[in-house]
Design a protein. Structure first.
Length: 427
């Protein structure tokens, strides 16, 4: 058995880093030196990166006599943001191999790595519980406003199950071309086959393999080439979203070798209704949730809920239409004293190859009164679950028992919905 799709995605990398780490770090600050200015700076002068009060700037020191542009008003004081910006600039300075003339790619790579290290990750490698607050503080200090996608229209289209899987595919139009994408609420951002990105001549920014390894399932990211792209508008029927920043991956790394993945950056712009019985997807304007809807909590672009396993809990699980089966963390399996002595090994596929998990059966899964018994699951010891701060994944072998009506609240400053709701109607 293969778990053809897990959380193996970007945990908000594109939305956050699209405005911060995955642009040249000088763009992080106000009025940085342009690349041409940098090239004209006196070669005898060393580059020095420093954080000035309330705003970070790249400055050529010493002796740069070129006229600097007029400075815009400084952002409001933010002690945490100022401290993070100083640490971020120091981190990047230590990772740029040629401070005399740092290339855009060097700055992009270093700023991506440092954004994770300084702002998002705790010393043990997990995502900080306050990662969103820290990112928001950094945005306020730099004065950066991340662009937010613009959604319009609505859709009603057929769903098609992926071969040998419970995951669905959906017809998507990009740049006038009709393609097939996976429907994945476990992906914070949409993904595009890198060959299509090349055909469309989309500029791309490489994602360092060590950062990709934090975010995906698989035991070898060194040969996986991932990039970020500003995507053209994506359409599903008459539902269209503009202003998305997605990830480019080889088609062979996408389950079923589909053309892409339709992630939460697109889906959260609508009410999403999935009917596994009629194989129909509807995308509708936002509406208010009814009484009794299951509350969802946003976590860097994906949605989590409180789940009871075998009568214990609640535990925080990611809700993922892109995962075939339930996933339980090794830590939670130990806490629940799950018997794995006779559990079979199972292959779990992700972007970076495969990992081995343990195939088990859960006696009971309870999502706010919606219950399933004797449910297949995989125990997985993987950093993605720790990174997201979740104990597991609710996959399609639970979700496809229900007609699902997903609702999402307004985006926060980072471009993610902080909350949402889910109505599950038994089929």
């Amino acid at each position: 058995m293969k778990l053809s799709w897990t959380v193996a995605n970007t945990i908000g990398l594109a939305s956050v880093c699209g405005g911060l780490a995955l642009t040249p770090l000088p763009n992080l600050a106000h009025n940085p030196l342009s690349r041409s200015q940098a090239a004209d700076a006196p070669r005898q002068g060393a580059w020095e990166m420093r954080a000035e009060p309330l705003a970070g700037r790249f400055l050529a020191q010493p002796g740069n006599e070129k006229q600097q542009p007029a400075q815009p008003p400084a952002p409001a004081p933010n002690p945490l943001g100022k401290e993070l910006l100083q640490q971020l600039l120091q981190c990047v300075a230590g990772r740029v191999s040629n401070p005399q003339q740092p290339s855009a790619e060097q700055l992009q790579t270093a700023s991506t790595q440092c954004l994770f290290k300084v702002v998002m990750l705790a010393p043990d490698g997990s995502v900080r519980p306050d990662a969103s607050a820290r990112l928001t503080a950094l945005l306020k200090t730099t004065g950066i406003t991340l662009p937010k996608p613009v959604s319009e229209g609505q859709a009603s289209v057929p769903l098609k199950p992926l071969t040998d899987s419970q995951v669905f595919t959906v017809p998507v139009k990009i740049a006038g071309q009709s393609r097939t994408f996976l429907l994945d609420t476990g992906a914070s951002n949409s993904i595009l086959d890198s060959q299509i990105a090349q055909q469309l001549k989309l500029a791309g920014t490489p994602i360092p393999s060590d950062i990709l390894a934090y975010m995906v399932v698989g035991d070898n990211c060194s040969n996986v080439k991932a990039t970020t792209h500003s995507l053209p508008p994506l359409s599903v029927d008459s539902a269209k979203v503009e202003g998305l920043t997605g990830m480019g991956l080889s088609k062979t790394a996408i389950p079923g070798q589909q053309s892409g993945v339709l992630g939460m950056d697109f889906l959260s712009g609508f009410d999403v209704i999935i009917n596994p019985k009629t194989l129909q997807l509807q995308l509708l304007p936002h509406s208010r949730p009814p009484a009794g809807a299951i509350p969802l909590t946003g976590k860097l672009g994906v949605m989590t809920a409180q789940v009871q396993i075998n009568g214990k809990g609640p535990f925080t699980f990611l809700l993922d239409t892109g995962a075939d089966v339930m996933v339980v963390s090794q830590r939670l399996a130990q806490r629940l004293s799950l018997n794995t002595a006779k559990a079979k090994d199972t292959e779990v596929r992700g972007f970076c190859g495969t990992e081995t998990g343990k195939q088990i059966t859960l006696q009971g899964v309870n999502l706010r009164g919606r219950q399933a018994t004797n449910l297949d699951a995989v125990i997985l010891e993987n950093g993605v679950l720790d990174l997201l701060g979740v104990e597991g994944i609710i996959g399609q072998n639970f979700l496809t028992r229900y007609r699902q009506h997903w609702r999402f609240e307004q985006f926060n400053q980072l471009g993610f919905p902080d909350a949402g709701s889910l109505v599950l109607t038994p089929l």
